[in-house]
Design a protein around this ligand. Structure first.
Ligand SMILES: *[C@@H]1O[C@H](CO)[C@@H](O)[C@H](O)[C@H]1NC(C)=O
Ligand SMILES: *[C@@H]1O[C@H](CO)[C@@H](O)[C@H](O)[C@H]1NC(C)=O
Ligand SMILES: *[C@@H]1O[C@H](CO)[C@@H](O)[C@H](O)[C@H]1NC(C)=O
Ligand SMILES: *[C@@H]1O[C@H](CO)[C@@H](O)[C@H](O)[C@H]1NC(C)=O
Ligand SMILES: *[C@@H]1O[C@H](CO)[C@@H](O)[C@H](O)[C@H]1NC(C)=O
Ligand SMILES: *[C@@H]1O[C@H](CO)[C@@H](O)[C@H](O)[C@H]1NC(C)=O
Ligand SMILES: *[C@@H]1O[C@H](CO)[C@@H](O)[C@H](O)[C@H]1NC(C)=O
Ligand SMILES: *[C@@H]1O[C@H](CO)[C@@H](O)[C@H](O)[C@H]1NC(C)=O
Ligand SMILES: *[C@@H]1O[C@H](CO)[C@@H](O)[C@H](O)[C@H]1NC(C)=O
Ligand SMILES: *[C@@H]1O[C@H](CO)[C@@H](O)[C@H](O)[C@H]1NC(C)=O
Ligand SMILES: *[C@@H]1O[C@H](CO)[C@@H](O)[C@H](O)[C@H]1NC(C)=O
Ligand SMILES: *[C@@H]1O[C@H](CO)[C@@H](O)[C@H](O)[C@H]1NC(C)=O
Length: 569
């Protein structure tokens, strides 16, 4: 992709300086030492000191084939200055696999937990080695997403897109390669809500809730005393819909109520660790709240140096007004730099078509990230008393975070909407006086595009074997654009007062392979002497850092890690 030389210079300058200033928005505080992560005044504390962090995601950690692999991976993560690694504390199967890790069997109307060496002992190893490398693990208890290969269409007369099982397509990615292939909510729904097969049965069906709270009990009580567990995350990306559909009654109240139930349950068995949601951070500005904000009395003395923006409640009116002002500003900038949008940096940033004419912001409403249409009101969820901190995610290739301004290049829209998303969430943290973390952020690059599998499917739309790949326009940003976006987002998080930002996802090489696991041997060459390789790369669903440009982006993350946490654990 062509980049004007001037832009290249500007980019390199930005990469060096972007995340270097340390956090100055508030005076660093301390509390009485605690062996667990706690919160006070909207900040995290550990062992008496402030804890702000850059983290990463490695959902596949418990599936690695050797302890040495887990050790090396966590060692490499720690060496990058990272403090928190988010991983899956669930791995549901519908029949016991011959090889590989699994945690819970959900079949024949019941559930059972695998506490063996390929079960929860794997998770123990991850937690133990995290401790060795002075890392925290953020453990997620289930997943919203678990698309199945053309199975769901047999029920309820509903047509649901699943894995493409036609020969020649990559429907045979080994189990656990994709983050959405670890079971999750829909496994419970398939087993225990056979008549309905609606995703939101997970939140409503008493039998399902009983099975899930029992699973939660097993996992949570196992690590109640463990100081390397950062916090519990109720679910990855909980919302009304999945690859199974939502019923028409599912709404933000349904999802908030579920969070409240589970958060209370976790708090009742584990008084030591914080509980978080794991939701994508969608807002519903004007939705009714189960946990309305109690307006505090006016502050007389604000903390000096507090650079957080004054926190104001989120309303539809305010979103639209601010968006209008931002677009006006962007247009001015655009005129000044005199680089016409059409000829500038261009990416295919989203699945929606590019606008051809200027659209009126008001006509477009607030957009799907702000209107409650996903059934998530993160503002209501953060205010649940047992929820310790807010969470959100940033995946512009899969979600829309605003309305595109047609007068600026697509890449800038992607970056700017991310910046706005980050600042809004930092502001919500201020409003509710709780820390907020960005649990996953990522952009698909051109080199990663063939490996990109959206979370609601099992097929790589731009993969070499995809029948539709040729019909699609080129996809993904350049490595340099990714680094630029990550720098700007990390910088915005640092300055606006986010407590943690976790890049999605870590990449590790030289991992031991084993047949029937997600690190499988590849056969190189054919005929009489095929060579089976003994090492492999960690799974990549399109966001891994592996390959070209890896050192540079790791540099960006490492630099940000230092800026976030000058006094490391
Ligand atoms: C807690 O802080 C004390 C004093 O700074 C230090 O000696 C100790 O190693 C710390 N503990 C942990 C678990 O980091
Ligand atoms: C990083 O991983 C490699 C294997 O890929 C391993 O040899 C090395 O020891 C690890 N580094 C640390 C600091 O753990
Ligand atoms: C479920 O029950 C059937 C019939 O008893 C049995 O054949 C099958 O193996 C069971 N499935 C699992 C996963 O236990
Ligand atoms: C589901 O639908 C697909 C495509 O319409 C069809 O090929 C497949 O046989 C169906 N699956 C089942 C189990 O009926
Ligand atoms: C996945 O989500 C995208 C964006 O919302 C949508 O366009 C697509 O149809 C979905 N795919 C499946 C398989 O549900
Ligand atoms: C959950 O655990 C409780 C207590 O052990 C038990 O009474 C209940 O039957 C379990 N729920 C399910 C659905 O198995
Ligand atoms: C945390 O859990 C791991 C795995 O069970 C264990 O080895 C380690 O000793 C635990 N650490 C603490 C502080 O409890
Ligand atoms: C919203 O969800 C709640 C809880 O699931 C339900 O009681 C209510 O009827 C739903 N509201 C609508 C308008 O569907
Ligand atoms: C678009 O982004 C590039 C790279 O971050 C930046 O140099 C340029 O000024 C931006 N243009 C506009 C109009 O915002
Ligand atoms: C599809 O499978 C082939 C053969 O295993 C592999 O070379 C290719 O990288 C895979 N594509 C994706 C998108 O995973
Ligand atoms: C594997 O290890 C070797 C030797 O330490 C190193 O040169 C190589 O870069 C590593 N490969 C990957 C993919 O990490
Ligand atoms: C399980 O592992 C064994 C030993 O590597 C292998 O022979 C077998 O094919 C594997 N099974 C599956 C289903 O991959």
């Amino acid at each position: 992709m062509y980049l004007a030389p001037l832009v290249q210079v500007a980019l390199s300058a930005l990469l060096v300086s972007a995340v270097s200033p340390t956090r100055t928005f508030s005076k660093r505080q301390s509390t009485a030492p605690s062996n667990f992560v706690t919160t006070k005044n909207g900040q995290f504390f550990f062992n008496g000191s402030n804890l702000d962090f850059v983290g990463t995601n490695a959902y596949w950690l418990p599936t690695l084939n050797s302890e040495q692999d887990i050790d090396n991976t966590l060692g490499n993560i720690s060496a990058a200055g990272i403090k928190v690694v988010r991983t899956w504390a669930f791995n549901d199967v519908e029949s016991i696999p011959e090889n590989g890790t699994w945690f819970q069997l959900i079949a024949n109307g019941t559930t059972s937990i695998n506490t063996g060496p390929n079960g929860l002992q794997k998770l123990d190893t991850v937690v133990r080695l995290a401790e060795k490398h002075k890392l925290f693990v953020l453990l997620s208890l289930t997943n919203n997403w678990n698309p199945q290969p053309l199975l769901d269409n047999t029920t309820a007369g509903v047509s649901i897109q699943g894995r493409d099982v036609t020969p020649g397509t990559n429907n045979t990615l080994p189990r656990n390669t994709l983050s959405n292939d670890y079971g999750g909510m829909d496994v419970y729904v398939r087993e225990f809500a056979k008549g309905s097969h609606m995703h939101d049965q997970f939140y409503l069906n008493p039998t399902i809730l009983s099975h899930f709270t029992n699973y939660t009990t097993q996992i949570v009580s196992r690590y109640v005393q463990n100081t390397s567990v950062f916090a519990w995350e109720i679910a990855n990306d909980p919302r009304c819909n999945s690859s199974l559909p939502a019923s028409t009654i599912c709404n933000t109240t349904t999802v908030t109520q579920f969070h409240s139930t589970i958060a209370q349950h976790i708090a009742s068995i584990d008084p030591n660790h914080l509980v978080s949601s794991g939701n994508q951070g969608f807002f519903c500005a004007d939705c009714p709240k189960l946990f309305p904000r109690v307006v505090p009395p006016p502050q007389t003395s604000a903390t000096p140096n507090n650079r957080r923006r004054a926190a104001k409640p989120l309303t539809k009116k305010r979103i639209l007004e601010e968006r209008k002002a931002a677009q006006k500003k962007a247009r001015k900038l655009q005129q000044r730099s005199a680089s016409p949008a059409a000829g500038g940096i261009r990416i295919r940033g989203r699945w929606m078509s590019t606008e051809t004419k200027r659209q009126n912001t008001e006509d477009q409403g607030v957009g799907s990230a702000f209107d409650g249409s996903q059934g998530v009101d993160s503002e209501d969820i953060i205010n649940i008393p047992q929820i310790g901190f807010g969470t959100f995610q940033l995946f512009p290739d899969q979600n829309s975070y605003g309305v595109n301004d047609p007068t600026i290049p697509a890449f800038n829209n992607t970056v700017n909407q991310g910046l706005d998303w980050i600042r809004r969430h930092a502001e919500i943290g201020t409003l509710f006086n709780k820390p907020v973390t960005l649990n996953g952020f990522g952009l698909v690059t051109q080199s990663n595009a063939p490996a990109f599998v959206p979370f609601n499917t099992t097929q790589a739309p731009f993969g070499p074997d995809s029948p539709t790949a040729q019909a699609q326009q080129p996809f993904g940003v350049t490595d340099q654009q990714r680094d630029d976006a990550y720098s700007q987002w990390l910088q915005a998080g640092l300055q606006s007062g986010l407590q943690g930002m976790l890049q999605y996802q870590w990449s590790q090489g030289n991992l031991t392979t084993a047949v029937g696991t997600d690190i499988t041997p590849t056969v190189v060459g054919t005929g009489t002497s095929p060579v089976v390789t003994g090492t492999g790369l960690s799974p990549n669903d399109g966001y891994s850092l592996q390959g070209v440009g890896q050192a540079q982006v790791q540099g960006v993350i490492q630099q940000a890690a230092q800026a976030f946490a000058p006094d490391a654990r």
